[in-house]
Design a protein around this ligand. Sequence first.
Ligand code: FAD
Length: 453
Amino acid sequence: MTGARDQGDRVQKTDFPVLPRRCDVVVIGGGPAGSSVAALLAKAGIEVVLLEKARFPRNQVGESLIPHFWKFADLTGVSEKIEREGFITKAGGIIAWDGNIHQIAFSRFGYRRPALHVERDRFDTILLRHAESLGAQVYEQVSAKQIDLNHEQQVVVHYHNKRADTKSRIACRIVVDASGPSSLLANQLSTRRLISSHLKFIALWGYFKNARYLGLDGKSYGPEQLTEIQPATFVQSYKDGWIWHIILRNTTSVGTVIHTDRLKGMDNSGRKRFFLDTLNSMPYLQKLLAPAKFIDGSIQFRPDYSYYSTQPCGAKYYCIGDAAGFVDPIYSHGVQNAFYNAATAAVAIRATLHDPKNRERYSRICQSRMQQFYSFSRSLALGDYGEDSINRELVKSFMRSMPPLELELMLAASEATNRADNFRRLAHDAGLLAELYEGPDSCKAERMEALEL
Ligand SMILES: Cc1cc2nc3c(=O)[nH]c(=O)nc-3n(C[C@H](O)[C@H](O)[C@H](O)COP(=O)(O)OP(=O)(O)OC[C@H]3O[C@@H](n4cnc5c(N)ncnc54)[C@H](O)[C@@H]3O)c2cc1C
């Protein structure tokens, strides 16, 4: 795009994209949360500007998607583009936890549309371009720096345009912070809290070429068989934490989630050695990776792991997706949470723009919905979630309102680890455990004796 450079109030001809001075909604971040809210708002005819600090495609971890995500993809209208991409469709999961092995086949729960293993750089780019195609104005390599909420009628977002190397600002009626784990606004407002429990995790992951994978039958297959035999996401626990194995079209994502202390004082090469030694010591994983080659330089890690914001929504702002909170991704709920938050925030923002005098009310309702979903994910993923930010009544009402199929799947998944006792207790207290999960026709995780690798 050719245009003018923004220098305070002066405008001058250059090759850099010109950002508008004002719009209805500024979205910060073009991950699944930001792209989806931008798509939904643009679709409703609202003027949206999305600032993304990276240039897409950009790296992202979190490649396993559970099948619930399609309903959100349908909502923004991106489903066909995702289908056309030909991502790997997965049949379910195999979880080896504390010596017990469980298999979960999505088809047994009545799902007709597949779960996916996606390269996130590609998946996120599809979502971002889709938002753009609906009319969202997307500016990559523009980093939001500061959000000024102190004006009566507007929000001012200060940004750095990396390509032009200029600083400027944009005014809007509402800002959406979808900046992922950097939680720009929650940090600025000091509302971001680390979970106060002993579960202080860190994730360490990397990528392999030519790894074998598990089918739902518990047998291992070579990557050349992916077109005939659908893979399962494989999760295995061990004394320090748990690992994932997610086969993609050309690589395999393998990572471990462990207590922060285990990596204390390690530099890059220490982390790499620790990572490869750990994988090598795990009975099943070791076999899946035996013919594989580690891709040098692919190691990444994420500290500062589970957190939440005490006030993700306000009258003029919405923090969504990882910008609002994050829990251990053991049940692949992250992208789902981002989509859910985006859909909820889009409803509240549309209502606010039409009826500004009730803006506080819409933001409160949205916040309570988001906290409901976050609490749901957290009770599922963490055995000990403490009391902070969890509202049991909200989780129970969420359980009652969600499609029974989805809850049944999550109940089955919760049985496969020792993490989710709280989750089952809440389902029991909500009167749903017996109704959904203990009857003769209920679907459960299936016990397996062993894996044949
Ligand atoms: C180890 C690990 C494994 C995971 N596994 C899974 C999984 O299997 N399945 C699953 O569903 N989820 C998984 N997740 C979670 C999932 O990756 C996230 O929940 C999801 O990416 C959240 O989407 P988002 O849009 O909120 O944030 P992000 O995807 O992080 O996107 C945020 C965007 O904001 C941009 N940004 C940041 N700061 C600024 C700024 N100041 N200005 C402008 N732009 C900015 C970033 O460049 C980025 O593009 C995993 C997470 C981790 C850490």
